[in-house]
Design a protein around this ligand. Structure first.
Ligand code: F6P
Length: 467
């Protein structure tokens, strides 16, 4: 079986202490079965990292983990600026948040080149290469430039914007050509895949083929849709156990019979948190009957705090949370609890089972696994209600949730009111439909389907060695 080489910005090294999330675990399982190499950034910076060509190596259960440090300048320009202040808002179609400067673009390309320099000598004949996400848009072409002929797949975890939006930063649109150096390009939804294919046609002159592929010169490139999944049965079991834990029981007691409205996000401008708080404020303004009947716990785990837009978001949320609480609190009731600290997966699964409503309202999201986890965490006899942005990839599968426009506070307030009043039979009907949509999926099957599609590309002889 071909060795699987995974490349991502962050690497989940098993001995590193931090607990890996569901997706990282699925990738690790896949690699352990067929032998693997996982390459990426160590998470550390060192001034002398620039010239270093040998990675740190850890071998664990059939997988080699190979990581390199970044210089502080690379971290600033490649990660904070170009990845997270240019590409992230661009890919999420949030033009007002986009920043662009040439120096960070060059540093981004430089880090992609350096990844290729360090990785290529570690490759073996027969390897299958799988690149992840928006930090590494130029890696496939950098590897081809170093004569790598192995099958290369690329999966984008974020949305892919319309060609017009992409064109608002012409230099970034040129990454389309780099991506076309891969053999298989995977996206979360058909809309993302379609947006990419249209851009590839316009920018690189690729021809559309029947069945979703692209033809570029003598090469065929497959474009596929691979929605990311969770392990639903495992998550359900974890939530059931965590519900009885002291942490969830403390939360339960603190609610004193009120309904819990829950939000769980990274503190990120794409997550719609400003509008979400405005929606909750509208609920309190227009439906005083819910005062003292519901409490909103928003877990907004601090993220990317070196990026200005993220710092501004934190300040805004703290100000607005204070304003909501000072307007509506009673001596013994605080309507909103805002936490910038995340929790363990276990603890959060217990809170999800406790929550009568989960508010998942990103302005845009590639998939959003919190929505799927909330469904998996419910008690089928008495499930809660998912209020979900129609602009999250997960809305394609979870159409039985209450779907909302995430920028409309009135719609969010209406959805909360409907969800708080919803009868148990209707909650069960909606939950059953959502559970049916995810119960037979798995993160591991997601990984396998991508890797086997990539293997098929190889077998079908569609990889034409580069000149
Ligand atoms: O696709 C978005 C993503 O890169 C996820 O893979 C990851 O969970 C999240 O962003 C975390 O971002 P960061 O590595 O910047 O903390």
């Amino acid at each position: 079986m071909s060795r699987l080489v995974v490349i991502s910005n962050r690497v989940s090294v098993p001995t590193g202490g931090a607990k890996a999330g569901g997706l990282a675990v699925a990738l690790k399982d896949l690699m352990e079965r067929q032998g693997g190499l996982w390459f990426g950034w160590s998470g550390d910076t060192k001034a002398e990292a620039a010239g270093v060509t040998l990675p740190y190596l850890v071998h664990h259960e059939n997988v080699d983990y190979a990581t390199i440090d970044l210089t502080p300048e690379e971290l600033d320009l490649y990660y904070n600026r170009f990845s997270n202040a240019t590409l992230w808002p661009l890919l999420h179609s949030l033009p007002e948040q986009m920043h662009f400067d040439r120096r960070s673009l060059q540093a981004y390309r430089g880090v992609n080149e350096r990844f290729a320099d360090v990785l290529v000598p570690m490759l073996r004949p027969g390897d299958t290469i799988w690149i992840h996400d928006y930090h590494l848009l130029a890696l496939a072409s950098a590897m081809r430039a170093r004569n790598v002929t192995a099958p290369i797949g690329f999966f984008l975890h974020t949305p892919f914007p319309s060609p017009d939006m992409l064109g608002s930063i012409p230099e970034a649109a040129l990454f389309i050509r780099d991506l076309l150096a891969a053999d298989l390009l995977g996206f979360q939804t058909s809309n993302d895949a379609e947006n990419f294919a249209t851009s590839a046609q316009r920018i690189a002159g690729a021809a559309r083929m029947a069945g979703g592929g692209l033809q570029l010169g003598n090469r065929q490139i497959r474009v596929g849709v691979f929605p990311v999944e969770i392990e639903p049965a495992e998550f359900a079991q974890m939530a059931e156990q965590a519900f009885a834990s002291p942490e969830t029981q403390r939360l339960h007691r603190s609610l004193d019979g009120q309904s819990l409205i829950l939000g769980v996000d990274r503190m990120d401008p794409t997550k719609g948190l400003r509008h979400r708080l405005a929606g909750f404020r509208r609920l309190l303004e227009t439906r005083p009957q819910w005062h003292r009947q519901a409490t909103f716990l928003q877990i907004a785990a601090e993220s990317r705090q070196d990026v200005g837009a993220y710092q501004d978001l934190r300040e805004d949320l703290e100000r607005e949370a204070g304003a909501i609480n000072s307007t509506y609190s009673d001596p013994d009731w605080t309507p909103l609890r805002l936490m910038a600290r995340g929790g363990t997966r276990e603890a959060i699964s217990g809170y999800m089972r406790e929550a009568r409503i989960c508010l998942v309202t990103p302005l845009r999201d590639g998939m959003n696994l919190v929505a799927k986890e909330y469904i998996a965490a419910q008690d089928p006899e008495n499930p809660g209600v998912l209020v979900l942005s129609k602009f999250a990839g997960a809305a394609r599968q979870l159409g039985a949730a209450i779907l909302v426009n995430p920028v409309d506070p009135d719609e969010i307030a209406d959805a909360l009111d409907i969800a708080l009043r919803m009868s148990r039979p209707e909650r069960q009907d909606r939950w059953n439909a959502c559970w049916e949509a995810i119960k037979d999926t798995s993160a591991l099957a997601w990984g396998r389907s991508f890797v086997s599609a990539l293997a098929r590309v190889g077998q079908e002889g569609q990889i034409v060695p580069r000149p």
